[in-house]
Design a binder for this molecule. Structure first.
Ligand SMILES: [Ca+2]
Length: 534
């Protein structure tokens, strides 16, 4: 068996320092830097506004000086367009410029060259609907009632950024997959905006000189795939690298090839959208974000809070407004997109947005760690697959998790460790290969059906089986310096006792600050069933 490891390559090796000194400095910054994370209270969000917006204190003084000297141009800068290129189940590090062998992503690579590559971007939730709900509302999904779950909905009382931009004069729209899967029953339209046939149709409908905000929601690289399509499409299974949490065999390699081909399709779609933008003459006044909504649909990835479930390729291009070719290590949540888009448009995010704008990081000149306060990110999950799990006489329950990722450590709290994290095993025998490859609900339903899953399901003695489907302890701690794939839980190792205590307290304090109902014992996975899901 090959023991090769996917190592996220650094596209800009000159700007990265993995020396012990670097880690010591990072740890120092983590403990000494002033906390700036926003909260749900008006008084505390004031601090965020001062820190994160384009008019922070460091910018005000030069601005006033320029006004006094008459150096400031009379006309305000035009409001930027916003193009959000969102894949479905794309994951770090599956882009050619990130060093993943076998995949070609020329569009993402171009945006990285011409914009800013973020190396530590995570979705709020490793599941489509709650991840998208957090992006749209700028709030943690656990604050969004049924918006916390797959096949939920975002109650109308939670503002979404496309509506706020529209109210401020933007022309907004979406194509493909917007908020979902789920319902928009509490809203007149999809929370991501009104639907258009494609980006070209949107651009044609846009009134002249009106700024726009467009959500390009690809359905790629979500499963299912045509088995063998990756190899037929020219991807060599011998060249892909199987990460160590999966078994290395021909079935898994070919499944990865199929996934790569689907991810390349998303990259091509993104390239076509950018070509349309160039043709319209709007490229350089458009803030472009290209990323995905959750991890790849392989065991121990999507629908888990491991980094394989939440870490995303994430790049931002914004013409001459950002210094090109930067590689930034600041931690970013994709929930931060909403306040960032609003701030870039000159608006003030509403105080309910617990996420914070990263516009100041975007506009900075530096690479590496730009804002010392951005030294961690939170992620979490409630319920993924509908009716995939029971707990005693309770059906349709989730596997609630909260996690905090720092540069050196990843800590996960599993609130109901008695439950099966990947979904319940079948009542009878394990399904055969074909059933496990094609019927997600046949077993361990939080893992999408596919050949890699089917291979593991039909090899229960392989170590990958327990890693993918076995129960997990209430607390998991991983030392990312030694264990980037999070295979060795050190929560019970006495050498990490102080780290565990500190990082657990840090996570829980932040959950309390953001008014997470889970901390108060409120169960968020009740409600919708398979019968009433759309
Ligand atoms: Ca997804």
């Amino acid at each position: 068996m090959r023991k090769a490891v996917v190592t996220p390559a650094n596209p800009n090796p000159d700007r990265e320092d993995h020396s012990p000194r670097f880690f010591r400095l990072a740890a120092f910054a983590a403990h000494r830097a002033p906390r700036r994370r926003a909260t749900g209270t008006i008084g505390q969000t004031q601090g965020r506004r001062q820190d994160s917006g384009p008019m922070n204190a460091s910018r005000v003084v030069p601005l006033l000086a320029a006004l006094a000297c008459g150096h400031l141009a009379a006309a305000p800068a035009p409001k930027p367009n916003i193009l959000f290129l969102l894949a479905d189940d794309w994951a770090w590090p599956f882009a050619s410029c990130l060093g993943a062998p076998g995949i070609q992503t020329p569009t993402f690579d171009r945006l990285a060259r011409e914009g800013v590559l973020f190396r530590n971007a995570h979705v709020a939730a490793p599941s489509c609907s709650p991840s998208r709900a957090a992006m749209l509302t700028g709030q943690w999904h656990w604050r969004l009632e049924q918006g916390a779950n797959l096949h939920g909905f975002i109650p109308a009382k939670f503002a979404v950024y496309p509506d706020l931009l529209e109210q401020a004069g933007y022309f907004v729209g979406l194509t493909g997959k917007g908020y979902g899967p789920g319902s928009n029953k509490d809203r007149p339209r999809n929370a991501a905006g009104p639907d258009f046939k494609n980006f070209d149709a949107f651009l044609a409908a846009r009134p002249k000189n009106q700024p726009f905000c467009f959500w390009f929601g690809s359905h790629f690289p979500h499963r299912p795939y045509v088995t063998g399509s990756g190899v037929k499409g020219g991807i060599d299974p011998a060249k892909v690298v199987v990460p160590p949490y999966l078994p290395d065999n021909d079935t898994v390699r070919r499944d990865i090839c199929d996934y790569f081909l689907a991810a390349q399709t998303f990259d091509q779609q993104a390239g076509e959208a950018i070509a349309a933008l160039e043709k319209s003459g709007e490229l350089d006044n458009t803030l472009i974000v290209m990323t995905g909504d959750n991890g790849w649909p392989f065991p121990r990835s999507k629908a888990t809070c491991y980094n394989t479930g939440t870490r995303q390729p994430f790049v931002v291009r914004w013409g001459a407004r950002v210094k090109p070719g930067r590689v930034v290590d600041d931690f970013v949540s994709l929930a931060d997109l909403a306040p960032t888009f609003l701030t870039a448009a000159g608006l003030t995010p509403p105080p309910t947005m617990t996420a914070r704008s990263f516009l100041a990081v975007l506009l900075a000149e530096a690479s590496g760690q730009v804002d010392p306060a951005r030294d961690h990110v939170l992620t979490g999950m409630e319920r993924h697959y509908v009716n995939g799990r029971a707990d005693g006489d309770q059906r349709n329950v989730g596997y609630p998790m909260r996690s905090i990722v720092t540069r050196d450590f990843h800590f996960i709290r599993n609130f109901h460790p008695n439950r099966w994290p990947a979904g319940d095993p079948p009542a009878g025998p394990l399904p055969g290969f074909d059933k496990a490859a094609n019927n997600t609900g046949a077993a361990f339903a939080d893992v999408d059906a596919g050949p890699a899953k089917a291979w593991i399901v039909t090899h229960p003695d392989d170590s990958a089986f327990e890693r993918a489907f076995g129960k997990r302890p209430a607390r998991e701690l991983f030392d990312l310096r030694k264990d980037p794939f999070e295979l060795h839980n050190v929560a019970d190792d006495p050498a990490y006792a102080d780290t565990l205590k500190d990082i657990d307290a840090r996570l829980m304090a932040e959950l309390k600050t953001t008014e997470d109902p889970r901390v108060a014992g409120v169960e968020l996975d009740r409600g919708r069933s398979a019968q009433d899901s759309p």
